[in-house]
Design a protein. Sequence first.
Length: 137
Amino acid sequence: MSCNNFRRLGPAGYHPLRKFRLAVSGIKHAVFLDFSVRYKLVISVVFLVIAAVYETLFHFLFLLAVTGLMLAVEVFNTIIEALCDYIQPGQNESIRNIKDMAAGAAYIVIFVWYVVLGVVLYELLSAIELFTPQFRH
């Protein structure tokens, strides 16, 4: 009987469909239980659809990568906060510092995401490509 090699727990063997269902379940929990994940997901979908229609493939893929990173970090921030609250429900200086650091990491990525969204929106509204190669003759 084989089991999870790292923890020696769980059902035997690897099954990709089971892993996929667990991942989808985790995403559903993050989206439905955390407003900050939910509203960022909605904004992301809107901008990704706009970028898919009006932007180049590179712009779309860059926006997709930054958005994926932002959503993943936001989910990790939610996980860290939930674990901290579970471990220490009351006020605790160390837990507060851990939660603040997790929030700080999330806001770094969210700031980059906002900058990218701003550039995409500016290019769409102004019809000016900001980052086109310029060759001098």
